[in-house]
Design a binder for this molecule. Structure first.
Ligand SMILES: [Zn+2]
Length: 416
């Protein structure tokens, strides 16, 4: 029988999630955990078995392969990217995927820990899944749909294309990356060697979403300096940098501009670490805004506040340093509007209502955008990620495969 779209995606997904590929925040190696390569080697083998060219895993754990064009004219080379690692927040060892067939809105009690219950009332996205088959873990681990669903969907789409040589496509580059969850997914990624002109990560949540925006992000380090003196004889001499820092922090907005008071496209400043003694106290911040101008304004007002605080205290000084983290990928994607437009077309062709979405964070794609590879992010169907209640539906994964195939199709119709 002829292979259908999405035929192997559920089987692949359930197989891939059994590999423990948890990455590690504190590790000094690359990839951060060696075990990620176990899945990587398997994927490289499978890509080779499908007949892709140059299927390989390199010393960093990057799995890459090429599906050669079957067209007689040149069209843009596109890349499909997903990450293999899972979050350090929840164990990914001995993941036991369970299929809950024909979901009818009932509570799903996970058998390995009956306190883990997936409820329709707490999970509005489940409303769209009535009648579908939901996959969860057993309650003792995360599922790993983030991002093995993306991996399985790309693999299934490639499998479909290799089985249907009549379907026209340009050259397609594939990459499966390690260490995305620890923010180092593209640290050693060779964009030029990869050879795609545009790429898509399959690493978003709802399958109708096209993510074309991330925060602009910086970190700031505010160093207050005081004067240390023997406390018994310190009158008029000692300046306590700890008190200075707390005075400064006390002046930050209380009901706005913080992670705990903002959502959607609102930015914030967020002190996350403080360390100090009488002589020197350092406060570290992350600063976020969707607009670069807004980011700079936040930094300037933070700097002004720090300087004003210090100026009220003789013998005290402050140093304010900013370091760039990443930038909103829209500034790059705006220069290549066809990349997002084609993603929107591909979603619509799958019968879904496309939604542009902004990520309140960064992605590997955001970094790739600034490494000369414009890369928006598409939804793979994953939900409740980084938790034991993570889930995905088989029907959504099949739809996501359809979106990938549509994307391949619309690019094959593009002029070079
Ligand atoms: Zn992810």
């Amino acid at each position: 029988m002829e292979a259908e779209i999405g035929q192997s995606v559920s089987e692949r997904f359930q197989r891939y999630v059994r590999y423990d590929t948890q990455s590690a925040e504190e590790s000094k190696t690359y990839p951060s955990t060696e075990k990620q390569k176990d899945l990587g080697r398997r994927l490289a083998e499978e890509l080779g078995e499908l007949g892709l060219r140059d299927a390989t895993i390199d010393q960093h754990g990057y799995v890459t392969a090429t599906l050669t064009s079957n067209m007689d004219r040149v069209v843009p080379t596109i890349g499909l990217i997903a990450h293999m690692d899972t979050s350090p927040d929840v164990s990914g060892k001995n993941v036991n995927p369970i299929v809950h067939k024909n979901y009818s809105g009932q509570d799903i009690v996970l058998p390995g820990d009956s306190t883990q219950i997936l409820r329709l009332s707490e999970t509005p996205e489940l409303k769209e899944q009535l009648g579908n088959d939901i996959i969860t873990a057993d309650g003792t681990t995360l599922l790993g749909a983030d991002d093995k669903s993306g991996v399985a969907e790309i693999m299934d789409a490639l499998c479909y294309l290799t089985k249907h040589p009549n379907v026209k496509h340009g050259t397609i580059k594939v990459a499966f990356t390690p260490d995305e969850e620890v923010g180092r997914g593209v640290e050693h990624f060779d964009v030029r060697g990869f050879g795609a002109q545009f790429a898509y990560t399959m690493d978003g949540e709802a399958i109708s979403e096209v993510e074309n925006e991330t925060f602009c992000a910086d970190s700031a380090r505010v160093t207050f300096r005081g004067v240390s003196f023997h406390p018994g004889y310190a009158k008029g001499k000692l300046a306590n940098s700890i008190k200075l820092a707390s005075e400064f922090l006390e002046e930050l907005p209380k009901n706005t501009d913080s992670p705990e008071t903002t959502e959607k496209t609102e930015g914030y400043v967020h002190p996350h670490t403080i360390q100090g003694s009488v002589e020197e106290t350092v406060v570290k911040f992350i600063i976020r805004d969707f607009e670069l101008e807004g980011l700079k304004k936040r930094e300037e007002s933070l700097r002004a506040l720090a300087e004003e605080t210090a100026s009220n205290h003789p013998r005290s000084t402050v140093r304010f340093e900013v370091e760039e983290s990443y930038r909103n990928m829209k500034y790059v994607l705006e220069k290549y509007p066809e990349v997002v437009e084609k993603a929107i077309m591909a979603v619509r062709m799958a019968g879904l209502q496309p939604k542009l979405h902004s990520i309140r964070g960064g992605t590997d794609g955001a970094k790739l955008c600034y490494m000369d590879l414009p890369t928006p992010n598409l939804g793979s169907g994953m939900h409740n990620i980084h938790s034991k209640l993570e889930w995905i539906s088989i029907q959504d994964m099949k739809k996501a495969v359809e979106v990938i195939l549509n994307l391949v199709k619309v690019w094959s119709e593009a002029p070079d």
